[in-house]
Design a protein around this ligand. Structure first.
Ligand code: ADP
Ligand code: MG
Length: 270
């Protein structure tokens, strides 16, 4: 198998914590450039752990992880990806502009270049005019947009997002979903996105990876063949409902007594 052009390549990944919990077992996953892959599964099935292993924040027990053809560690050193967590994790003593420019400072970009880039990024997430605001002055949705701007500021090949809109109300979430798709298309990035919302996963993704609990495994992978650009009407399409049902059934199969293999072919053939 060639790794050429593969952004994330995971083989035989297992993670057991010292507490004895096996969070992930035998995970194989490949993500190609420009894909939007969502990981979905019940709480505690290892979604965050998997994302953190890709981001080199957790070390695997066994198996291999390559990001842009490198070790996760090297990819981190090379700033090959940006991470967005559920809480915006902004620095309250820094202005919005200074939060976005933080990775650029760490990368040693000079001031004029940083300034130009920050302006570009704030424009992208529609926060122009908030440069000198402090994070606590912004709504939750705006804060999350700042953290997306920061994660994208250094133009990473890969964006890792762990339930970035999980704490937001439904309307804000839907708006940010649309914005995120716009950003993803404009920035030509690759996204690995964790969510526990089935409609969100289907709406955003090129592919949904359904995980089962205890220990976390990949139960099924569902290609989302809805055309882009997606829009609010996408939620009304019969195919959208079919795919939501397919993901829901895969989740139920992963949860209950049936093996995921029983469920996989039927949904795959739709
Ligand atoms: P999810 O994001 O899908 O809700 P997590 O990846 O956070 O799940 O957790 C998967 C499992 O691993 C859970 O049982 C959790 O308690 C356990 N776990 C996660 N992080 C740690 C840790 N640092 N130490 C021990 N157990 C952990
Ligand atoms: Mg989690």
């Amino acid at each position: 198998m060639t790794e050429t052009g593969i952004v994330v390549s995971i083989q035989g990944l297992t993670k057991s914590f010292r507490t004895g919990v096996t969070a992930l077992e035998n995970i194989d996953l490949e993500v190609a450039p420009r894909e939007f892959v969502s990981l979905i599964g019940p709480s505690g099935c290892g979604k965050s752990t998997l994302l953190r292993i890709i981001g080199d924040l957790v070390t695997p027990t066994s198996g291999t992880v390559r990001v842009n053809g490198k070790t996760a560690r090297q990819a981190r050193v090379d700033h090959d990806y940006g991470i967005v967590f559920q809480d915006a994790v902004l620095f309250d003593w820094r202005t919005v502009a200074k939060n976005v420019s933080l990775p650029l400072e760490l990368l040693g970009w000079d001031r004029p270049r940083r300034k130009e880039r920050v302006a570009e990024m704030l424009d992208l997430v529609e926060l122009t005019g908030f440069e000198t605001s402090r994070p606590w002055q912004l709504s939750g949705g705006m804060q999350q947009r700042v953290s997306i701007a920061r994660a994208l500021s250094f133009d990473p090949a890969l964006l890792l997002m762990d339930e970035p809109f999980g704490a937001l109300d439904e309307m804000t979430r839907e708006r940010l979903n649309l914005e995120l798709l716009g950003i993803w298309e404009k920035a030509e990035s690759t996204i690995v996105f964790v969510t526990h919302s089935i409609p969100e996963a289907v709406f955003l993704s090129t592919r949904v990876v359904v995980m089962s609990a205890r220990p976390g495994r990949i139960a099924e992978t569902i290609e989302i063949d809805l055309p882009y650009p997606r829009n609010p009407m996408t939620h009304e399409e019969p195919r959208f409902f079919e795919l939501v049902t397919a993901v829901r059934e895969a989740l139920a199969a992963g949860h209950g007594g049936r093996t995921s293999r029983d469920a996989a072919p039927a949904a795959e053939e739709r």
